[in-house]
Design a protein around this ligand. Sequence first.
Ligand SMILES: Cc1cc2nc3c(=O)[nH]c(=O)nc-3n(C[C@H](O)[C@H](O)[C@H](O)COP(=O)(O)OP(=O)(O)OC[C@H]3O[C@@H](n4cnc5c(N)ncnc54)[C@H](O)[C@@H]3O)c2cc1C
Length: 509
Amino acid sequence: MPETYIHNGPLVIGAGLAGLSVALNTAPHKTLVLAPVALGVACSSAWAQGGIAAALSPEDSPEAHATDTINAGAGLVDEEAARLLTQLGPDTVRRLNELGAPFDHNPDGSYVLNREAAHGLARVARVGGDLAGKAILEAVTTKVLAADHITVWEGAIAYGLIRSDPETVIGAIVEYEGRLIHVFAPVVILATGGAGGLYAVTTTPAKLLGEGMAMAALAGAEIADPEFVQFHPTALKYGDPSPLATEALRGEGAVLVSKDGYRFAFDDHADGELAPRDIVARAVFRADAELGGAFLDATKAIGEHFPHEFPTVFAACMKAGIDPRVEPIPVVPATHYHMGGIATDLEGHTSLKNLFAVGECASTGVHGANRLASNSLLEAAVFGERVGHIVSETLIGFTPDPASALVPGLPPQLPPEALLALRQAMSQHAGVIRDEAGLTALLQFIDSLKTTHGPALPLIAARLIAECALQRRESRGSHYRRDYPQTADRAERSFVRLKEGRIEEREPA
Ligand SMILES: Cc1cc2nc3c(=O)[nH]c(=O)nc-3n(C[C@H](O)[C@H](O)[C@H](O)COP(=O)(O)OP(=O)(O)OC[C@H]3O[C@@H](n4cnc5c(N)ncnc54)[C@H](O)[C@@H]3O)c2cc1C
């Protein structure tokens, strides 16, 4: 029999940069944060390497940053969202710095800024070389643990959303310390990150399975653009998850070569290795399949400087038995970021009352069909702060009534072998290159898993991605259909809801 716990403040599900940024800004309301594991680990935020993008130099401006964001998103960026993100960006980065995140600074006190693909100029603030996410999250975690208004349940996992009527969320089903608890709260904020773990080859923690998106969809919330999944062109061809070989390596001159030393990236784009991320990902995918492998050669451009310039990548390579100072690194494209997710407005409201979403699990429309590099830590921090303020300003003294609760059934867990099979099928059919036959076969496979194992949350999330990928008969940004290689004249976002596990409707924005 589940226990009942009534919490009279915001309930934050997820403890990456987005969830913790919300919590830091909800004072004085008592805020409960659910973290499946210890703070600071097993979330993408802690693994971010390159840094955080913001207009921090005198040559730059939020408008220029917004323009690059809009251009990268291949016609689907919500321009208002991009302007808001980029205008709030610089102050948010300064606040993270004041909070204790040790950003790299030049001797004159200015931020050390890197240039990454599709940015018009150097705009990515670094922390400790390639340790941005870890260092930022450590600073935020220290503040969270010291904050009187925040309680963290470490080891807590949410399985479903509780509603009082079909349109209003009043809590979540949570497993914590071996107990099943119905946690009731006046406001619930989903900050559960991405869906990389649905794929066999991913750079994200494997436990990130799109569960927040699935829980929201099952509760009736609108989902936006789930088919848009970004694949990073250069993950090490080793390990699960696959360690990332950051884009900054190519920025520093590392080149992509086939087994025979051929620089294949120029076949697809005049900018070669520095072409947009989706184009390079497809080139690497083909080289891996057709040219005997793809390799990132940093021996000339970086060589002996590798260990201190890219300590995280260096350690991952050495662990895989590759010395990147003297030999090329075998690479593959890997699932890296989910642009789609729970549809929200610019204040984080979802389509359901009292339910907010923030960070990678949300879809504000800021990333469109392709995320601009290093805009996602910024999104997590900017919208996290913003949602925290909005929640605390609007929180009314409403105590949910467990007697009126619509509690969903506990979703089944997918056995490990079924999850592995799902991940392989997702990489094969909903990955870098897609087509109707593959996506149809994938949907049938997801259905067969559902028949055998029941409606597990990863199956719900996978179906949203696959079904919208099948319905989008064009290629745009990260979504490439070999059977529909053209980009449609009219750019339309996908907005869908589930009914009995299937997509109910599909309407343009
Ligand atoms: C290797 C790597 C490098 C990256 N580098 C950069 C970079 O340089 N710059 C940049 O801007 N972005 C980068 N990104 C992307 C960026 O890190 C993420 O998009 C961002 O940190 C997402 O933050 P988040 O808080 O939304 O999600 P996360 O940080 O992933 O946190 C999600 C949280 O939700 C929890 N959760 C999930 N499901 C449940 C559940 N059912 N119940 C309870 N809790 C749950 C998770 O355990 C976790 O605590 C990188 C990503 C990766 C993987």
